[in-house]
Design a protein around this ligand. Structure first.
Ligand code: PLP
Length: 447
């Protein structure tokens, strides 16, 4: 039996017992075609499938594996924690240490509540914002993903702003009637919404730097403008750093864009600004199910048991997940971020050069060490500022590009709307393998 047969049989078996054969949709290779690689193990920058074939990984569990897969010290911390017990349903010292580690990097997260997934973090942040303000409406931006929270699955509308339509069967119109969707990077549209409904708006939620419609960085001053507008109208600003937090820098995107007056972080923004609430996930759990939300103490204290906004979780602050997160944050020093920035820059430049050489119109967009490729003349000419721009790209060029890379032993994100993830484990050999695979893949994309 060939490797392809093995994968096909496994996917067939999976589809018989798991909806679509996967436990999260993008894993099914729906937009690239073919059978997903079933993974047996992963180490450093590599994943190995069940047939023993190894790939350089550029998905990295969709972000958590900042230090590479199965970093020995993270694994050791998890093993040690496991030997002490898997779950207690009672507080632990390690949770306190993890909250302190988060606050050290993001001082405005004076208090942190840990949950198990990014979805829970954003869901709780919204409940907290509604509880704190006594208002109902939440504003989100089209193309920003905040997990599968009903109210946040509302998709883009056209025009200046629109009430969101449910982005999924099973989400009621009543739920999304309380969500207003605004075009990303469009301050005027948000001003118009605030002018009309300002007193009803509990919060604006935004990806700190969107990476779920491809990478569409906020334009200079955009996040600061959100801060000004929300503050002027008594609404809260929720900065979703589930993906960017502790990945694009020690203090996440806020450290790059918001903390201009912070001193010890690299500031690119011209203004210092701080959101009311942050949501974290992915890297903070070091590859285990852990996420969180943080903010000003008096706001966070509205959560149960100190306040009236209910939130709870059997596995919240799970000791194994907490150990993985703590070990990861302790290891993620300046050298790690320097390395990830450097290799991300090398790979992003090489992708652009290979596509140029093959005559494929495209734009590589970056936000810190995250980047993605947009195919098409319009993207190449004008850049991609919004979800509508992202959707207008030549998506058909991605499947051949993806499969040529996979054939060459490089696993890209199986969707053109996802960021590419590097890690501190991507060494010269891994980067060389990526660079070597690019020219042929670029020619495949040109066809
Ligand atoms: N927020 C952002 C910005 C994300 O990228 C994601 C997941 O990709 C989430 C929230 C949801 O996190 P989770 O998948 O852990 O529920």
């Amino acid at each position: 039996m060939t490797g392809a047969d093995t994968m096909h049989d496994l996917f067939t078996r999976a589809r018989a017992v798991i909806p679509g054969g996967v436990n999260s949709p993008v894993r099914a290779y729906g937009s690239v075609g073919g059978d997903p690689r079933f993974v047996a193990s992963a180490s450093g920058p590599y994943i190995t499938d069940v047939t023993g074939r190894q790939y350089v990984d550029l998905v990295m569990s969709w972000g958590p594996a900042l230090l590479g897969h199965a970093h020995p010290e993270v694994v050791e911390a998890v093993e040690a924690a496991a030997r002490r017990g898997l779950s207690f349903g009672a507080p632990t010292e390690a949770e306190v240490e993890l909250a302190e580690a988060v606050r050290e990097r993001v001082p405005a997260a004076q208090k942190v509540r840990f949950v198990s997934t990014g979805t829970e973090a954003t869901m709780t942040a919204i409940r907290l914002a509604r509880g704190a303000t006594g208002r109902d409406i939440v504003v989100k931006f089209s193309g920003c993903y905040h997990g599968h929270v009903d109210a946040l699955l509302a998709e883009a509308g056209s025009g200046v702003a629109t009430f969101g339509l449910p982005g999924s069967a099973g989400v009621t119109p009543a739920t999304t009637a309380e969500t207003i969707v605004v075009r990303y990077n469009d301050v005027a549209a948000l001003e118009a919404v605030f002018a009309e409904r300002g007193e009803e708006i509990a919060a604006v939620i935004t990806e700190a730097a969107p990476a779920n419609m491809g990478v569409v960085p906020p334009e200079a001053g955009f996040n600061a403008a959100l801060r000004r507008l929300t503050a002027a109208h008594g609404a809260l600003l929720i900065l979703d750093e589930v993906l960017t937090g502790f990945r694009v820098g020690p203090s996440g995107w806020w450290g790059l864009d918001g903390a201009a007056a912070g001193g010890d972080v690299t500031a690119t923004g011209s203004e210092s600004w701080t959101p009311d609430l942050f949501t974290f996930g992915k890297v903070v759990g070091g590859g285990m199910p852990l996420a969180g939300l943080g903010g000003r103490a008096e706001l966070m204290d509205l959560l149960a048991p100190s306040g009236p906004v209910y939130q709870a979780g059997t596995l919240s602050g799970n000791p194994l997940a907490t150990a993985a997160g703590l070990a990861t944050l302790r290891l993620a020093d300046a050298a790690v971020y320097r390395h990830v920035d450097r290799v991300a820059g090398t790979v992003a430049d090489a992708v652009g050069a290979a596509l140029d050489a093959a005559g494929v119109a495209h734009r590589v967009q970056r936000a810190g060490n995250l980047f993605s490729v947009f195919f098409g003349e319009a993207a190449a000419r004008d850049g991609v500022r919004s979800y509508a721009d992202a959707q207008a790209q030549d998506t058909f060029r991605h499947p051949p590009f993806f499969h040529a890379m996979l054939d060459a032993g490089v696993a890209l994100p199986p969707s053109v709307f996802e960021a590419w993830f590097l890690s501190s484990a991507h060494d010269d050999a891994a980067v060389e393998a990526i660079l070597a695979a690019l020219p042929r893949a670029a020619r495949a994309a040109a066809a």
